[in-house]
Design a protein around this ligand. Structure first.
Ligand SMILES: [Zn+2]
Length: 456
């Protein structure tokens, strides 16, 4: 059994790993790097002999896990692609949206490699998708199988976003479990992960939050209270609240948080604005509410919260009226996105409030604002004039990723013979390496160098 890390660097970046097991080639995830441009954002698929991939297993529909899938299926048309049904529904929306974004970037930024694939490419790709349910074993042809003589896979709910799953691969009495992105605790919509609790020989584990300890006394319920009070204060000042969110996952969790606040009498029926992609994805959450693993299966977010849909044109002109909530993507306020464009009109206004509810890369526009002092000049887009930061900025923690302690405890519970640390920046991986070295001295801890084969 061998593993090759197909990503280009050891960092949060993107995800794609080549597992050689039982004479088969299995690719785990096919993500695009969110911060790189052009083909450099794609994994090193050329390391895999062309036409030899048997199966591709996708853990969830975030771009850094599925964004390069059309490139991979173009090289590997014979490969079957397996994912959960919600992941298939959302991936379709995400990949078609990616074509539109790349086409615009080709025009605006002159990136000649874009789009890396077309709408027809996404349609071709999706013909190879075979949705499979949680907690059932299948062979790489997609047929149910309990045989240890063939390579099988089984999805387990990962509690990260709708459809997210970890995957257990079995062959000849050996097991490999890849967590994908996971959250062990309940969010407002997603329930905590339900992962295998024994019988894992090799654990491939995400490490996103390895360098950030959970503050003492932290609880999600307290955080919701704090957010409710923050919104009330902002409204009392006579302004609106802008919350940069990812279109997939964070938008729907935030809508559920606001719905809860309304039920508790902490929030009036104020107008809520979201973007078009967020609306489409929320529609998938609603359509699958009763058949997917989540809390409040009765809650139809679009119907209950009735958000206004802001188009790319409207966001240029709409004025931030009093007592509104603007939950706009992207979460990191990347250039050309709704949150970046809209925030240019609010950050210089002391009556307005800007709330962050999740992770931002320190070098992203959101990261720059979070580091900045009051009154400091902020450049939200290259070439645009700088604006002094005068709005109120507050931070809240509603991460969709497991805390480092719950992840470490999961590894301690399994006591695997090997742990492979992936999807983390260096300080995060270092923390896990040291902590597992101390507490699981019998376990081999592997940090897979990009492009190098490691024996499992
Ligand atoms: Zn994710």
């Amino acid at each position: 059994m061998e593993l090759v890390n197909l990503t280009r660097r050891t960092e949060i970046g993107s995800n794609s790993y080549w597992l050689k097991i039982g004479g088969k080639n299995v690719i785990l995830d096919a993500g695009l790097h969110p911060k790189l441009e052009g083909l450099a954002a794609a994994p090193h698929f050329s390391l895999v002999p062309e036409g030899k991939v048997d199966a591709i297993l996708i853990t969830h529909a975030h771009q850094d896990h599925v964004g390069a899938l059309p490139l991979l299926t173009r090289r590997e048309p014979q490969a079957r692609v397996f994912m959960t049904e919600p992941t298939a529904r959302i991936s379709d929306v995400m990949l078609h949206n990616a074509v539109n974004v790349m086409t615009r970037q080709r025009e605006d930024d002159g990136i000649s490699e874009y789009p890396l694939f077309t709408h027809r490419g996404v349609e071709f790709c999706s013909k190879a998708w075979h949705p499979r349910p949680l907690r059932k074993r299948f062979n790489l042809m997609g047929d149910p199988s309990d045989s240890d003589r063939e390579v099988t896979f089984e999805f387990f709910d990962a509690g990260h976003i709708l459809g997210s799953a970890g995957v257990l691969i079995r062959y000849d009495g050996k097991t490999v479990f890849y967590t994908g992105d996971v959250n062990f605790e309940n969010q407002s919509l997603m329930r905590g992960a339900s992962f295998p609790e024994e019988g894992v020989d090799v654990l491939i584990m995400e490490t996103t939050r390895g360098d950030s300890p959970v503050p003492t006394g932290f609880s999600r319920a307290n955080e919701e209270e704090r957010l409710a009070r923050g919104i009330q204060r902002a409204f009392e000042r006579g302004g609106s609240v802008t919350i940069p969110v990812f279109a997939l996952g964070k938008t729907q969790e935030l809508l559920a948080i606001l719905w809860n606040m309304r039920l508790r009498g902490q929030l009036a029926h104020v107008p809520i604005y979201i973007g078009g992609l967020s609306t489409k994805i929320t529609g998938v959450y609603d359509a699958l509410a009763e058949t997917s693993v989540r809390s409040h299966p009765e809650l139809q977010l679009l119907q209950e919260m009735a958000p206004y849909v802001l188009s790319g044109n409207e966001v240029q002109t709409i004025s931030p009226r009093k007592k509104c909530i603007f939950a706009l993507s992207s979460g990191m306020m990347t250039e050309h996105t709704l949150s970046n464009i809209f925030c240019r009109r609010i950050i210089g206004d002391a009556n307005q409030s800007l709330f962050f509810v999740g992770y931002s890369d320190p070098n992203s526009p959101a990261g720059k604002i979070r580091r900045a002092a009051a009154g400091e000049d902020i450049h939200l887009e290259e070439g645009s004039p700088s604006i002094p930061l005068r709005c109120s900025v507050e931070e809240f923690q509603f991460s969709a990723h497991a805390s480092r302690d719950t992840l470490r405890n999961y590894a301690l519970l399994l006591k695997p013979s090997k742990v492979v640390l992936v999807h983390g920046d260096k300080p995060a991986i270092d923390w896990f390496q040291l902590s597992l070295f101390k507490e699981l001295p019998e376990t081999g801890v592997i940090i897979p160098e990009p492009g190098r084969s490691v024996a499992l």
